[in-house]
Design a protein. Structure first.
Length: 441
């Protein structure tokens, strides 16, 4: 998740206040904090899709309404100053983890209800806003609680446990839902139990962090500035005055245009029966193929993409990486044509597609870093991530309706055609020759 905007007062406190007089090892709280940051996001964005598909909601409704759940991440830069002004980040983290736990409990309780779709969506909205706010507080707390050298040392730990949360959510929890369905004979009961387990986990996590999070002296409520509103809008205005802003916005919105549509229909395609054009996998098989093998490949692709950029720079790497991101989408078209029944063949195809996606996504992240560079890089990076989420939300909204109209096979052909805007905006961007390349000293 993106680093949220931070005030100058916060940056000064990071360097001018002493650490907690009784500091705790970062290993006692960073892994759990970032596992707790990643899990609600994957629940809202992915687990909800699989649950609704299992409960026989149409692809049109699934894609439309779950895409709206991106909105809190789109607009979170707008309320990030409130977390600076009201309470400490430590308090926000603990309170929001309990809020996530409460929303998970409400999902579990409303799944058996007659109007479960509307009721659970409302709970997912609560969870999404809590999760987006938790991202702001957690990333800000990380910068306050650690010295600069330790921040760099633990950035890989953050990323690793965030990824583990993704694998646990898309892999382990989907597999658990399949196992519980086999044992109970009811998909509703299975998902209610899964969300009950998640509720218990987050309540324990909130209690754990209430005790184990350090108390850095710099984690204080920011003193309100009389002109903070005008400063807030001035920083926003400076972003939109950047040279070539229209090309920048087009790149942020269209680079993942095909993937924004594909991602909403990937798991429904894997779950749908062959006579409907899908592969007819069980939840347990989806948990293995897409949630575990696929996400592991995605993580490895991200590492490989970072290595490539560090060697040759973003300018030279951009086209190889964008091709590696979009060309493997052919894997879904091939699966729709062949409809294989072999789980390992399906897993291999998904691994290839996800590895390519991981490669290509690193170019997107590095471009956002380039765009954000300047005196307000933290705030401007957060604005970039808002447009990133918007670029996923809008195309995802109509993708389910389109697939319902033309079927999976033609939909995956359309996804390949939809790469054209992505290639077009990549041809327009300007990148310094050595940006991103690690120069040996």
């Amino acid at each position: 998740m993106a680093t949220p905007p931070a005030s100058h007062a916060t940056d000064q406190r990071m360097n001018s206040h002493p650490q907690d007089p009784t500091p705790r090892s970062p290993w006692t709280w960073i892994p759990t904090l970032y596992f707790g940051q990643g899990l609600p996001y994957v629940v809202v964005m992915t687990l909800s899709v699989i649950m609704y598909k299992n409960l026989e909601v149409s692809n049109t409704e699934i894609a439309l309404y779950t895409s709206w759940l991106y909105l809190p991440w789109v607009i979170k830069p707008l309320w990030s100053p409130l977390i600076e002004l009201f309470g400490t980040k430590r308090l926000w983290i603990v309170a929001l983890q309990f809020a996530v736990g409460a929303s998970l409990a409400l999902v579990a309780l409303t799944i058996p209800a007659e109007r479960f779709f509307q009721l659970t969506l409302a709970m997912f909205w609560l969870m999404a806003f809590s999760s987006a706010s938790h991202d702001i507080a957690a990333d800000g707390f990380y910068m306050l609680a650690l010295k600069q050298r330790s921040q760099a040392a633990f950035v890989g730990v953050r990323s690793t446990f965030y990824r583990i949360a993704n694998i646990g959510g898309q892999g382990g929890l989907v597999y658990l839902a399949g196992e519980l369905q086999e044992r109970t004979g009811s998909m509703q009961t299975a998902w209610s139990l899964v969300f009950g387990v998640l509720c218990g986990l987050f309540l324990l996590m909130g209690a754990y962090h209430a005790v184990m999070l350090p108390r850095p002296a710099s984690d204080q409520r920011a003193a309100p500035q009389h002109d903070w509103v005008s400063e807030f809008f001035r920083v926003f205005a400076e972003f939109f005055r950047k040279p070539g802003i229209w090309v920048i916005l087009a790149f942020l919105l269209f680079y993942r245009f095909p993937e924004a549509q594909l991602l909403k229909l990937a798991t429904p395609f894997l779950l749908d029966k062959p006579e409907l054009g899908g592969l007819g996998l069980s939840n347990k098989e989806v948990g293995i193929a897409y949630g575990t093998v696929g996400l592991t490949a995605l993580t490895l692709g991200g590492l490989a993409g970072g290595w490539v950029i560090s060697k040759i720079g973003l300018k030279r790497a951009l086209w190889p990486l964008i091709l590696s991101m979009h060309v493997p989408n052919i894997a879904f078209l091939a699966l729709a044509l062949a409809q294989p029944g072999n789980l390992w063949l399906i897993s291999t195809a998904l691994a290839v597609e996800q590895f390519g996606y991981g490669l290509g996504f690193t170019a997107y992240l590095m471009y956002m870093i380039l765009v954000a560079d300047g005196p307000h890089k933290t705030a401007h990076y957060a604005i970039c991530t808002g447009f990133m989420a918007l670029g996923m939300m809008l195309p995802g909204m109509w993708s389910g309706w389109l697939q319902d109209q033309i079927g999976y096979l033609n939909f995956f052909i359309w996804v390949l055609v939809a790469t054209i805007p992505s290639f077009a905006v990549a041809a327009l961007v300007k990148i310094p020759a050595d940006f991103g390349r690690k120069v040996d000293e």
